[in-house]
Every structure is written in structure tokens, then in C-alpha cells.
Design a protein around this ligand. Structure first.
Ligand SMILES: [Mn+2]
Length: 240
């Protein structure tokens, strides 16, 4: 039996220097939510920043707020976090470099994993070189083989039933059936609205956006619970 693990899953924060106060408030709101729900780790499934080109002072304030979380945070980039020109700064890269030990930015194009909570939780995610139909957010997916470990995947893109569309960063679960069979929870980002679905026994969830500009404040509280499996409830931050 795996130990009970509770996660807080959020995405699409769209932090922006021009909305610095409300941006920082939304991170503080998530911290309060993580504490009050007793989440053991926080997942941020991309679009952390609204654009890559944020001033260093603002990124430092964001880093300070994120480093104040007591529990480990795992982040991936979304299409709003990547740089679209050489002239742009790299806000998420700078944030990644400023994270305290224990927090992880998974932004390798090949994919990367981190194991948390004394081996109880394995989290995989990857970066994106480009937001295009060619970008597969699940390319290179790796899963823990340990029967005592929960396997969680972070991905930012468009959940689709089959290939062939023109949507950028398509997440086509059937294409990764073999690896996904060993995944308990897929934490998605990209949509502003929360949506919980299932792929076989794997729970697949868009948390909704906690951006004070475009989000509803929804986030997901995820219980990984043997022998019942995965339970998700959508909660809402009080955004201004
Ligand atoms: Mn997005």
C-alpha cells in the first residue's frame, strides 16, 4: 500500500509585473490554501508567468513568495513562459535558478523527474521548445516502476482525443497508452476552467486558472489514496 498523499494542483497563474500586487496575492492565496488543506506538495502546471519578459525585481518577489511554501513545489513551463525572441528575458528560468532546495522546475526538453515525500511521489514533466502542433507535452514520458510510489505527470497543452488537428501542444493520451497505464494523476494546465476526466483508471485534470486577470481562482486538491485511487475536488481562491 502506498501512503496517503495530498497534492494541491494549480496552473495558469499568468503572473505579470503590471499586476504585481494581485499576482503576489494569488501566490499567497495558494500558500494559505496549501496550508489549510494540508497539501504535501504543490504542482504548478505551466503559464506561471504571463510572458517571459518580466523585470528581475518582480521575478525576485515571486521567488520569495514561492520559496515561503513549506512543502515542495514542482513547476513546468507553459506556452506563456517560453521566450519568443532573443530580446526577451527568461522569467521562469530565472525563477528556477532562485528556487530553494526542495522545489523543482522541470523544463528539460527531454523530460525530467523528481521524487518527493520520501519516495512516495514521482513527478514527471518537460519543457517546450515551441508551442506548435509538433510539440508533444508527453514526449519521453517516464513513470516510476516502484509499487510504493504514486506516479504523477505534469503537462501543459490541449487535451485531444486524436492526432491530426491544428492545435498547438496537443496532449493525446492514447498515443502514450503504455506509459500512462502506470500514471495515477495527470496535472494539466492551459485552460482557464477546471475539468476533471478519466483515461482508464488515470485521473486527468485541468485545475483551472488562478490568474487574477483571467482566472476563476479554481485549483484542485488531489488525494492519492490506496485502495480507492485518486479523488479530486475543485476549490476556489478568493481573487480580487
Ligand atoms: Mn497556456
Amino acid at each position: 500500500m502506498r501512503p496517503h498523499v495530498r497534492l494541491l494542483h494549480t496552473s495558469d497563474l499568468h503572473l505579470h509585473w503590471s499586476h504585481a500586487r494581485t499576482s503576489l496575492d494569488s501566490i499567497r492565496g495558494l500558500r494559505v490554501a496549501a496550508e489549510s488543506t494540508q497539501a504535501q506538495s504543490v504542482l504548478m502546471a505551466g503559464d506561471i508567468f504571463d510572458t517571459a519578459d518580466q523585470p528581475a525585481e518582480f521575478v525576485a518577489e515571486v521567488a520569495s513568495e514561492i520559496n515561503a511554501f513549506e512543502v515542495p513545489i514542482v513547476l513546468i513551463p507553459g506556452n506563456h513562459d517560453i521566450r519568443y525572441s532573443e530580446q526577451e528575458r527568461d522569467a521562469l528560468g530565472s525563477l528556477g535558478a532562485a528556487l530553494r532546495p526542495g522545489h523543482s522546475l522541470l523544463h528539460s526538453i527531454e523530460g525530467a523527474s523528481t521524487t518527493l515525500l520520501g519516495g512516495a511521489l514521482h513527478v514527471w514533466g518537460r519543457g517546450m521548445a515551441e508551442h506548435s502542433p509538433k510539440n508533444d507535452p508527453l514526449a519521453g514520458l517516464a513513470v516510476s516502476e516502484d509499487p510504493n510510489t504514486w506516479s504523477v505527470v505534469l503537462a501543459h497543452g490541449e487535451l485531444m482525443s486524436k492526432a491530426g488537428g491544428l492545435r498547438s501542444s496537443p496532449i493525446i493520451l492514447d498515443r502514450h497508452a503504455e506509459a500512462l497505464a502506470g500514471v495515477h494523476y495527470v496535472a494539466l494546465g492551459h485552460h482557464d476552467d477546471a475539468k476533471v476526466s478519466r483515461w482508464g483508471s488515470t485521473v486527468v485534470c485541468y485545475s483551472g486558472s488562478v490568474s487574477p486577470i483571467l482566472g476563476t481562482g479554481d485549483y484542485a486538491v488531489v488525494d492519492l489514496l490506496d485502495p480507492h485511487g485518486v479523488e479530486v475536488r475543485i476549490e476556489r481562491l478568493a481573487l480580487e
